[in-house]
Design a protein. Sequence first.
Length: 164
Amino acid sequence: MDAGRWLSGRGLSDRQLSGRLAHRQILKKTLGFEVVWVSAVFPRLAEQYRSVVHDLVMSLQALAKSLQNRGIAATCYICGDGRDGHGASFVANLDANHMVRFLVSDFGISWVESRDGHELVKLEGAEAIQELQRVAQVLQNPEAAGGSRAANLTSKPRGAFSRP
């Protein structure tokens, strides 16, 4: 039996329906609430993810512009026509031969940090967003962080990034 028929109850025999109802009652008793399978859950999650991507694209554009105004080499390329926020590629040079790249799209989110052309660290998902936030704070206000950009960015060892 396919999952769609089981979840919807369409085309099930009386015996199958009573088994399904018994299963739901066991879940309700075990979990303390009734489990309701709603086919709208996945489209809603997809829409929420698209919204996160759109917000990140707009933030990356603003960050690139802000860094450029401060004399830091940074670019942000938008995927598609730019209105739908399908994704972006953000690149910033932190110091000589030290760069970061943040990619966001409908397919995922990643952060890559490189020095002298060698990948030092790669993060994905929430970790990539957190690292972007940390580096954006340091790049936008190095004096408040105490010292040069490069010193602030390398002061917190994490993974391969702690290499000299």
